[in-house]
Design a protein around this ligand. Structure first.
Ligand code: SDX
Length: 428
């Protein structure tokens, strides 16, 4: 195991330290590269670049392994609940019974939002995309919770973290209710996190709402599957925003904005729209051909991943959850499920997908499941953002508490015009 790497650039030969993680690839510390060689590295998609040191989540893309603080996602999803995963991500260890009870209690008692926030929603059009409302509303939390925006104060960091984890379901439910023109439903402290969220989304004043425990358990498991995922695009956005000292509400709003993209968290919405466009299994070959056609921008949504070059372990659990939810909601014969299963079978046996190691990712089966739970397609990425908030917060907290932390400020390869003098408009 080597501890240094040597680079020769022109006349210069420079050594760089090699650092070893607990598991996973080594890193070459190139912090002094520019100082010692006058050159930058160039890696626009960060395919070979580690942006930070972290102890939170580890992915082995070759074998399809996902660990949160060392615990496999399969075990957390099957044996624990979402708030236990939240505690683990934030504090690094699974909680004792007493710690779990206290954490659940603290989250439960922060689920209400400032009543004035209800007025904030009325500024949006009812047909606004729910993610546009989420970006605006979560960013606006800094205008309501001034007493937890000083990131230098550990107590305020903790309060902001708990507020975000606790209030995201309430804000997401309010976003949905506003979208469908129904009155907001307040949280109830005698319900657990996922059940409370389902009730805030689907209860109406005219009748009692009974939470289906099978659906609540499925919702909770879906939250676990989306909780954190190393330095993905939205988490990197949160870290970069936080590196300037921006308040946590602004950083999480930045993460929501980035997650919205169809290449990232927006893929669950795009994937269901794609399955509906395909419509029937007999049209699958046509779409597989489109996905393989270099001249066609179409991609199979819910397929492929920057890190996973094997099956996304979350997709397997999501597929199992899909079956449970479809059964429990009487949609076991959902035709889109047949299209998805057939599409997966076709893709996984096609040389193009095999060669490029493209497998279903977390977004492939989530759309069918969320639609069966009663959510419109436009709410799918909102649910992803709700669950990922704890991952963003845990990563933001790790960065803020890292003594090595500095503002993120990448450099560039400049290929623009050389220095030239201004020409008056009369001379152009
Ligand atoms: C998430 O980073 C994370 O961890 C994200 C996430 C998380 O939990 O935070 O896991 C959540 O965002 C999951 C990914 C959801 N996105 C999609 O399902 C959208 C469809 N997938 C892709 O657009 C793509 O696979 C990405 C964006 C996910 C990954 O893109 P990369 O790593 O930049 O890969 P690439 O675009 O360089 O593709 C490599 C090759 C290319 O062909 P060549 O140029 O080498 O010939 O594979 C092809 C691509 O054209 N390819 C696909 C494809 N994905 C990649 N071809 C058809 N369909 C696809 N879905």
């Amino acid at each position: 195991m080597t501890d240094k790497s040597t680079l020769t650039l022109g006349e210069k030969t420079v050594d760089f330290a090699v650092r070893h993680g607990t598991i996973g690839p080594d890193v070459i510390d190139i912090g002094a590269l520019y100082k010692n060689t006058g050159a930058f590295t160039y890696d626009p998609g960060f395919t070979s670049t580690a942006s930070c040191e972290s102890k939170i989540t580890y992915i082995d893309g070759d074998i399809g392994m996902l660990l949160h603080r060392g615990y496999p996602i399969e075990q957390l999803a099957e044996q624990g609940d979402f708030l236990e995963t939240c505690y683990l991500l934030l504090y690094g260890e699974l909680p004792t019974a007493a710690q779990k009870k206290d954490f659940d209690n603290r989250v439960t008692r922060h689920t209400m939002v400032h009543e004035q926030m209800t007025k904030f929603f009325t500024g949006f059009r009812r047909d606004a995309h729910p993610m546009a409302v989420m970006v605006g509303t979560v960013g606006a939390m800094a205008a309501f919770y001034h007493d937890s925006t000083d990131i230098a104060d550990p107590h305020q960091r903790m309060v902001a973290s708990m507020r975000l984890i606790a209030k995201m379901p309430t804000i997401a439910a309010m976003t949905y209710k506003y979208h469908v023109g129904q009155p907001f439903v307040y949280p109830k402290n005698d319900l657990d996190y996922a059940a409370n969220f389902l009730r805030m989304c689907f209860a109406v004043p005219c009748e009692e709402y009974q939470v289906n425990p099978v659906l609540a358990r499925a919702m909770d498991r879906i939250f676990i599957l989306h909780a954190d995922h190393e330095q993905n695009a939205s988490t990197s956005t949160v870290r970069l925003a936080g590196s300037s000292g921006a308040n946590p509400f602004a950083c999480i709003a930045a993460g929501i904005a980035c997650l919205w993209g169809p290449a990232h968290g927006g893929a669950n919405e795009a994937c269901l729209n794609m399955l509906e466009e395909i419509g029937t299994p007999d049209r699958i070959p046509e779409y597989i051909a489109k996905a393989k056609d270099k001249n066609d921008p179409f991609r199979l949504m819910g397929f492929g991943h920057r890190v996973y070059k094997n099956y996304d372990p979350r997709a397997k659990i999501m597929q199992k959850t899909m079956y449970e939810v479809l059964e429990a909601t009487g949609h076991a014969d959902d035709p889109l499920m047949q299209v998805a299963l057939e599409l997966e079978k076709h893709a996984l046996s096609d040389d193009y997908f095999i060669e490029k190691k493209l497998y279903p990712n977390v977004d492939f089966y989530s759309g069918i499941t969320l639609r069966a739970l009663g959510f419109p397609t436009t709410m799918f990425t909102v649910l992803f953002a709700l669950a990922r908030t704890v991952g963003w917060i845990a990563q933001w907290k790790e960065m803020v508490e890292d003594p090595q932390q500095r503002i993120g400020r990448p450099r560039q390869l400049y290929t623009g015009a050389e220095k030239r003098d201004y020409v008056d408009i009369s001379g152009r």
